[in-house]
Design a protein around this ligand. Structure first.
Ligand SMILES: Cc1cc2nc3c(=O)[nH]c(=O)nc-3n(C[C@H](O)[C@H](O)[C@H](O)COP(=O)(O)OP(=O)(O)OC[C@H]3O[C@@H](n4cnc5c(N)ncnc54)[C@H](O)[C@@H]3O)c2cc1C
Length: 254
């Protein structure tokens, strides 16, 4: 009986579903959040992603992965897509895909890079650029569940205009003493910010993260080079590698 239920759940995840674009929110000049209606969506846990498949009139088909940006909300799912220069799928999703258009999608996918709102231990989230997407789903799920799990989020962005969810993050960090948010700039910082623009390093992870003795679960997400550097630095600072969970989105993106 349990095996049949498991088989049913697995086949629901592998099934391609037709989603419809219900709404769009512009996060930055090159990124937008897609609100999709997915009839029969089985629900998901923050940190999971979906596979998206596009097929043209000639039958050519291609697929990519996109993280779920918000906790489960019946048949509605949200993805935030960053346009990658000359990117086959991201350019279509950010420039052409319009309200009412269909899209094939399957999931949810992933069982390791997830945070369950029932967990109470400290959490360190470290995002590079669009790597904030699955981490934002965790921040939103924590708030929705009224969890008191202590969260610290470090978000590395090129410049202020590249930051997703900026006003929401400012608001939740202001209203919630259990969530600290540090935005670190790599190319240009707003006036008055004392830290010169540079890549995230050990000093930043020490200053804005948790000490290893607190035994936080660390979630690191972003371009491959960023994730590898941050994960290695956390290990160098004394964090237990078994408590570091990583998700790589692809190339370094320069
Ligand atoms: C588990 C997972 C979750 C993901 N979640 C998200 C998400 O929430 N939001 C999001 O925007 N992306 C996400 N991605 C990345 C996404 O799957 C695509 O790789 C990205 O949109 C580029 O696809 P494309 O077809 O536009 O580019 P392609 O046509 O595949 O590539 C075009 C060029 O861009 C380079 N490139 C490819 N991917 C990237 C990248 N990620 N960064 C920089 N350069 C790249 C390629 O090397 C190539 O030169 C995720 C990836 C994974 C594996």
């Amino acid at each position: 009986m349990a095996r049949a239920a498991l088989r049913g759940r697995l086949s629901a995840r592998l099934e391609w579903r037709v989603a419809k674009l219900a709404g769009v929110h512009h996060e930055t000049a090159t990124a937008r959040t897609l609100q999709l209606d997915v009839p029969g969506w089985p629900g998901h846990v923050p940190g999971q992603h979906v596979d998206v498949r596009l097929t043209d009139e000639d039958g050519y088909s291609t697929q990519r992965s996109y993280s779920l940006a918000a906790p489960a909300d019946s048949d509605r799912v949200e993805l935030t897509v960053q346009r990658v220069k000359d990117g086959e799928v991201s350019e279509y999703l950010t420039d052409t895909f319009s309200v009412g258009d269909p899209l094939e999608l399957r999931g949810p996918v992933g069982g390791w890079f997830v945070w369950h709102p029932s967990r109470t231990g400290p959490v360190l989230l470290v995002a590079g650029g669009s790597g904030i997407v699955p981490l934002m789903a965790m921040v939103r799920a924590r708030r929705q569940a009224r969890s008191r799990a202590p969260f610290r989020l470090i978000h590395s962005v090129r410049s202020p205009s590249d930051q997703f969810y900026a006003s929401e993050l400012r608001r939740v960090a202001r209203d919630d003493g259990g969530l600290d948010v540090a935005t670190l700039y790599t190319r240009s910082a707003p006036t008055g910010v004392p830290r010169p623009p540079r890549r995230v390093g050990a000093a930043d992870l020490e200053q804005y993260g948790w000490p290893p003795q607190f035994e936080p679960t660390c979630y690191v997400c972003g371009p491959t080079g960023f994730v590898e550097k941050v994960a290695n630095t956390l290990v160098g600072l004394g964090h237990d590698p078994r408590r570091i969970r990583t998700e790589r989105f692809g190339p370094t993106g320069g």
